[in-house]
Write a protein that binds this ligand. Structure first.
Ligand code: ZN
Ligand code: ZN
Length: 244
C-alpha cells in the first residue's frame, strides 16, 4: 500500500462511521484517488516542471462536478491556469480558498513526488518544511523510547520533520503556560495544540493512542475541533486541502 492508498482506505473507513465529517471525508477519498493517478504518472516520467500540471485540470474539474460541495462547482477550465499553479508552488497568497483548492489538488502530488525523489535534511527543526518551505498542516506524535516525539507534516509535499514538543511552530513561544493543549473525549487521539501568544493552533494526531490513524485524514475527520478552536479565537496555522 502506498501513501495514497492508505489515505483513501482511512477516509472511506472514517466516513462509514457516521461522523459529522462524513461528506468531507467522502470527497477527500475521491480527491486522493485523483491525486494518486497524478502522483504515479509524474513519478513514472520523473517530472520536475510544475507547469505541466495544468493538463490535469480537466479531470479534476470532472471529479469536482460529480462529487464536490457545490461551492467548488462554479469553476471552469478558463479559471484554472498555469499562473494559479505557479503561484501556489511559489507560496504567493491565493486569490481565494476555492482557487487554492484546485491549485493544491495538483501541486500536492507533484511536490510529494519531488520530495520522494529528493533528499531532505530533517535534522534541523525549522517551523516550515525543510524541503519546500510550506507550512505544516498537522503535527504527529509518535512514541519513541517512552519519551514521545513531535513531527510536523508539510501541507504541500507531505515531508515530516522533527519539531520540539513545547514550542509554538508559528511564533517560537516556549513558555509552556502559554501553550495550552485541548482534548475532547470525542477524538481521543487528536488534540488542539494552541499558542496564547500568537493565537494560532495546530492539531496533533497521537499515533501512540491510535496506531491506525493516517494524520492527514484524521485531521479532516476532526473538523469539530476546528470549530471549537475558532470559537475560542484561535486561527489555524495552515488550512487543509479542503480549506478547513
Ligand atoms: Zn514540503
Ligand atoms: Zn505562537
Amino acid at each position: 500500500m502506498n501513501a495514497f492508498d492508505e489515505r483513501i482506505a482511512r477516509a472511506d473507513e472514517l466516513a462509514s462511521r457516521s461522523s459529522a465529517a462524513a461528506d468531507a471525508l467522502r470527497f477527500y477519498s475521491h480527491l486522493a484517488q485523483f491525486q494518486k493517478r497524478v502522483f504515479e504518472e509524474l513519478n513514472a516520467y520523473g517530472e520536475t516542471d510544475a507547469s505541466v500540471l495544468v493538463r490535469y485540470f480537466p479531470a479534476l474539474l470532472e471529479m469536482v462536478r460529480s462529487s464536490a460541495p457545490t461551492t467548488l462547482a462554479g469553476f471552469s477550465e478558463a479559471d484554472l491556469t498555469t499562473e494559479l499553479i505557479l503561484a501556489e508552488w511559489t507560496g504567493t497568497p491565493p486569490e481565494s480558498e476555492h482557487a487554492r483548492f484546485f491549485a493544491r489538488a495538483v501541486v500536492q502530488p507533484f511536490a510529494e513526488s519531488l520530495a520522494m525523489r529528493g533528499t531532505v535534511a530533517t535534522e534541523s527543526t525549522p517551523s516550515t518544511c525543510p524541503f519546500c518551505s510550506a507550512k505544516p498542516v498537522v503535527a504527529v506524535l509518535r512514541g519513541e523510547g517512552g519519551g514521545g516525539k513531535r513531527w510536523l507534516l508539510c501541507c504541500m509535499c507531505a515531508t515530516e520533520w522533527a519539531f520540539r514538543r513545547l514550542v509554538c511552530p508559528n511564533c517560537g513561544e516556549e513558555d509552556k503556560t502559554r501553550l495550552p493543549v485541548y482534548t475532547t473525549p470525542e477524538f481521543k487521539h487528536v488534540r488542539v495544540e494552541a499558542c496564547d501568544s500568537c493565537r494560532t493552533y495546530i492539531k496533533a494526531v497521537d499515533l501512540t493512542v491510535d496506531g491506525h490513524a493516517v494524520p492527514v485524514v484524521d485531521e479532516i475527520a476532526s473538523i469539530a475541533l476546528n470549530i471549537w478552536a475558532a470559537e475560542h479565537d484561535y486561527s489555524k496555522l495552515e488550512s487543509n486541502i479542503l480549506g478547513m
